[in-house]
Design a protein around this ligand. Structure first.
Ligand code: SAM
Ligand code: SF4
Length: 327
């Protein structure tokens, strides 16, 4: 079992399989001039399988595949097929922008992959295309509806962006009125590859909730798993639910059960911390899984207690981009 230096059990890995993406969400990366990693600096599928086996043997039972956009990796399904056979791995989840997932939906179902989080930060086409800097709205919307109606457990991640999409918060909830989907409103974090920096946000979780309360005063809180980062709510007569993720306010660090491995192999023990080690290098240097395990244990043994403590230590962390960290 993986237990950190603050006695928190780590059983959830967020694994970024690429740093590339076919969108350019303005909260995540600059419009151009991005230094994507060369292919030889990314894990091969065999390496990702080996790494996954190692962490699962250490007690990780949930892996979330993220990126960049995971489905721009042409060999992603090879990885998912291997993971779906892995003893001890109970939950394979994916975070995607849903632009190119369409042709994989049938196989995802066959593999038993149910939990799909989709980033969609606007229900208005014009706003969506402005934020993502690409014109993929129709296909994203179509794929979301397909995923929901095919029985996937779909959660939509919507970051409240001052001056961009907050008019869409209430209209977005309409989806949860008609479909069994969770709409989760996230606070913006300053991890966008350095294109903008900030130390405060106008739309924190309290303001988002107050805004929703104006339209739907009867909402009520529902129970969430202990390690959940979202506080979840129901509106009477809605098929779905909504949630708030205080990713900037960081109210959930005490129960954090996650480890992140970036697309280029960095071990990231907190979103607000710098990488403590590079596993790609270790993996390529040795066939001894024990060595890899040791590096993971070392990283987990020196985690910051909270995101605030990490930020204090790594003051330049805000130059990071989510596209390599994986969110
Ligand atoms: N491309 C996929 C997607 O967009 O869902 C997966 C990768 S994306 C980096 C993972 C998550 O990070 C998304 O839910 C996205 O909304 C979130 N994210 C990216 N930049 C963020 C930021 N600056 N603040 C908060 N969340 C962010
Ligand atoms: Fe791509 Fe996801 Fe970042 Fe948007 S949030 S640019 S879809 S990696």
């Amino acid at each position: 079992m993986l237990v950190d230096n603050h006695n928190r059990t780590i059983d959830y890995l967020r694994l970024a399989v690429t740093d590339r993406c076919n969108l350019r969400c303005n909260y995540c990366m600059p419009s151009e001039g991005i230094n994507f990693a060369n292919n030889d600096k990314l894990f091969t599928i065999e390496e990702l399988v080996r790494l996954s086996k190692i962490v699962v043997a250490q007690g990780v039972n949930k892996i979330r595949i993220t990126g960049g956009e995971p489905f721009v990796r042409k060999d992603l399904m090879v990885l998912l097929r291997e993971l779906s056979k892995m003893e001890g791995l109970d939950d394979i989840s994916i975070t995607t922008n849903a632009t190119v997932i369409g042709s994989y939906i049938e196989e995802l179902k066959t593999l038993g992959i149910k939990n799909i989080n989709v980033s969609m930060d606007a229900i208005s086409k014009a706003t969506f295309e402005k934020i993502t800097r690409r014109n993929q709205y129709d296909i994203v919307y179509e794929n979301i509806i397909r995923l929901i109606t095919e029985g996937f457990n779909v959660r939509i991640n919507f970051i409240a962006l001052e001056g961009q999409n907050t008019d869409d918060i209430i209209p977005m909830l309409d989806l949860a009125k008609h479909y069994n989907v969770g709409i989760r409103f996230l606070e913006e974090m300053p991890f966008n590859g350095g294109s903008k920096s900030f130390n405060t946000i106008k739309w924190d979780y309290r303001r988002i909730l107050a805004h929703i309360a104006e339209a739907y005063p009867d909402f009520y809180q529902i129970e969430s798993p202990k390690t959940s980062t979202s506080i979840n709510y129901k509106i009477p007569n809605f098929k779905g639910s909504f949630g708030l993720i205080p990713s900037f306010s960081r109210t959930f660090c005490g129960s954090c059960n996650r480890l992140r491995i970036s697309a280029t192999g960095d071990i990231i023990t907190c979103l607000y911390a710098k990488a403590s080690n590079n596993l790609l290098k270790v993996l390529r240097e040795t066939d001894a899984d024990e060595k890899v395990r040791e590096h993971i244990l070392n990283a987990i043994g020196s985690r910051a207690k909270t995101g605030f403590e990490a930020q204090e230590k790594y003051k330049d962390v805000f130059s990071n981009s989510m596209t390599s960290i994986g969110g």
